[in-house]
Design a protein around this ligand. Structure first.
Ligand SMILES: Cc1cc2nc3c(=O)[nH]c(=O)nc-3n(C[C@H](O)[C@H](O)[C@H](O)COP(=O)(O)OP(=O)(O)OC[C@H]3O[C@@H](n4cnc5c(N)ncnc54)[C@H](O)[C@@H]3O)c2cc1C
Length: 534
């Protein structure tokens, strides 16, 4: 939605209360925004929409085949040279406009929303399916805002979720490849022994005392930079819990430092940031037409561009890819989409809960990334994986946060409302599948409390419930492989149109964080497509 249109409408409404003379004086005082210029249509052979995990991998593998590609991204680049004395990203505790995508207040739900300047910051939150659904909005997509957690599903759970979409053996080399590329590794002993990781040590000790199996979580982290933070050689960032608004020290791994950097170095990658896709339409000549708003950093539309392309890869993330598809489906802009297009969305069983009253100190400052997890795949309620993310509040609150990832049967459908020009997700009020995941999480926390003391708090839910599931960090599905697309992401009914992002997953990633599986599938798919369709 055009931000400039909204603000102009408000301006006109406010102006209605003024006298003609006041209006004239006001019009003179305000900088006049010109209507966005419509620029002549441009043609490209291949356009990739979105620069997150799927988009970056697609871009690198195509340019490596000598195929020039244009990468379109709504967010800003954050990997450029910094002016001395400035930080790249917003701080966690006192966030500014760089934290959040086009919102006057923060969207992260761990605490009250804080007022900020509305600008093209890195974390986007949308209210859908009765949840705040989050995603990265930047060059590098979710890798700017992620925790760096790289968990691979276990084979039997993978097979339960993915069925015929892909075999575990087929993906195994791609999991390894992605892990190597993003520097996947566990937290080293000297780091977890340091003060900012006291909370992770408490988590481990409590599991051991309760007889609960814990496991190290591998992440995309540069531990040498973490050590530099600990030694005071660089300003502390990840060791103070920074993650969701970006890590200022550079300790967190990301696509802008790896896949995208390599792709750009070939000279075959055209990068268009602050370009926001609005519509997608099939043309009679077999090509695709895109309309794109060119934004300034405050989100105002400066110009409108039209592109045509022979091949288009949809890598906008589950919500944006599926929304674009739902809109195109409703407007009959992609008339041959099948019935499954825009369906099969799920929340990856996301929920979280807080333990308080722990007698040991859990540290005044909790460092990231999350490094210890509980594999509760045999939980009697439902299989669940639980990790313990840092909660950076600068206060020793004698508490630990727990985040669960499970599998539910509930699936949503994207629906386009023509009048409001808005997409919503049809989602049941009562989600029985999620309740099982919540029960599984609470049962594990009860075992921890029984053995170690402490209680599960309802503080985060304003004293309503002990578990919070009105948040989704892992939106998945909407253009599921083997349903709306073939096994490799070719959109059924529309040759030359592909999906290679989180929308291709069947609403769950198999009791683990999804980025590794999205990436492994994206690597597999683009190899097949580059070999067969170019
Ligand atoms: C705070 C947070 C922490 C997370 N931590 C982890 C973690 O540690 N490990 C893990 O596995 N997963 C994590 N996730 C989930 C992970 O980030 C996503 O699953 C993953 O990024 C999805 O990848 P993708 O390729 O589908 O798209 P994304 O990475 O979401 O990239 C899509 C890109 O498309 C752009 N875009 C969207 N709409 C438009 C438009 N209209 N025009 C142009 N560009 C557009 C976006 O700005 C974005 O850059 C986290 C998510 C959040 C929100």
């Amino acid at each position: 939605m055009s931000q400039s249109r909204i603000s102009r409408r408000k301006l006109i409404k406010a102006a209605g209360a003024l006298s003609a003379a006041q209006i004239a004086a006001k019009a003179h005082a305000l900088p006049r925004r010109q209507p966005p210029a419509a620029l002549p249509s441009e043609h490209r052979r291949v356009i990739i929409l979105g620069s997150g995990f799927g988009g970056s991998i697609t871009a690198l593998r195509l340019v490596q085949q000598g195929i020039p590609v244009t990468l379109i991204e709504q967010g800003r680049r954050w990997d450029q040279q910094l002016k001395a004395g400035t930080t790249r990203f917003s701080k966690n505790l006192y966030p500014d406009g760089r934290s959040t995508w086009l919102s006057g207040k923060t969207v992260i739900p761990m605490g009250p929303p804080l007022p900020i300047r509305k600008t093209t910051g890195v974390l986007q939150g949308r209210w859908l399916a009765g949840k705040t659904v989050l995603n990265g909005a930047a060059y590098g997509g979710g890798s700017i805002t992620w925790g760096g957690v790289m968990v691979k599903p276990e084979k039997h759970i993978f097979e339960q979720v993915f069925g015929d979409i892909a075999s575990y053996e087929e993906l195994a080399p791609y999991y390894d490849l992605v892990g190597k590329k993003l520097g996947r590794s566990p937290i080293p002993d000297d780091v977890i022994a340091s003060e900012p990781y006291r909370h992770a040590r408490v988590m481990k000790e409590h599991c051991e005392k309760a007889g609960i199996k814990w496991e190290p979580i591998e992440t995309s982290t540069n531990w040498d930079i973490v050590r530099d933070e600990l030694d005071g050689k660089v300003e502390p960032s990840i060791t103070r819990g920074e993650a969701v608004y970006g890590v200022n020290s550079g300790a967190k791994g990301g696509l802008d430092k790896t896949y995208l950097k390599e792709a750009e170095a070939t000279g075959l990658l055209e990068i268009l940031t602050l370009h926001q896709v609005q519509t997608l339409q099939a043309r009679d000549d077999g090509e695709y037409e895109l309309t794109i708003n060119v934004l300034n950093i405050d989100g105002d539309v400066e110009a409108v561009k039209t592109f045509t392309a022979e091949k288009v890869f949809l890598c906008l993330g589950s919500i944006s890819t599926s929304s674009l598809i739902a809109k195109a489906k409703a407007k009959k802009h992609l008339p041959r989409l099948n019935d499954a297009a825009g369906k099969g969305w799920g929340n990856n069983g996301n929920a979280y809960a807080l333990r308080l009253g722990i007698k040991d100190s859990t540290g005044k400052i909790q460092g990231g990334p999350p490094s210890v997890g509980i594999n509760a795949l045999d939980n009697p309620h439902t299989p669940v994986f639980i990790e313990h993310p840092q909660l950076p509040v600068s206060l020793d609150f004698h508490g630990l946060l727990y985040f669960s990832i499970g599998i539910t049967d509930t699936r949503g459908e994207f629906v386009y409302d023509e009048k409001k020009d808005e997409v919503t997700i049809k989602w049941p009020k009562h989600d029985q599948g999620q309740e099982k995941v919540n029960d599984a999480l609470l049962s594990v926390l009860k075992t921890l409390n029984d053995a170690n003391g402490g209680w599960t708090s309802s503080l985060l839910t304003y004293l309503r419930d002990k578990v919070k599931d009105d948040i989704c960090f892992h939106p998945l599905g909407g253009m599921v492989l083997g349903e709306a697309c073939d096994r490799f992401g070719r959109v059924i009914g529309h040759p030359g149109l592909y999906v290679n992002d989180s929308s291709m997953l069947p609403g769950a990633s198999g009791c683990c964080n999804p980025a590794m599986t999205i990436s492994a599938l994206a690597e597999r798919n683009i190899r097949e497509i580059a070999a067969s369709d170019f």
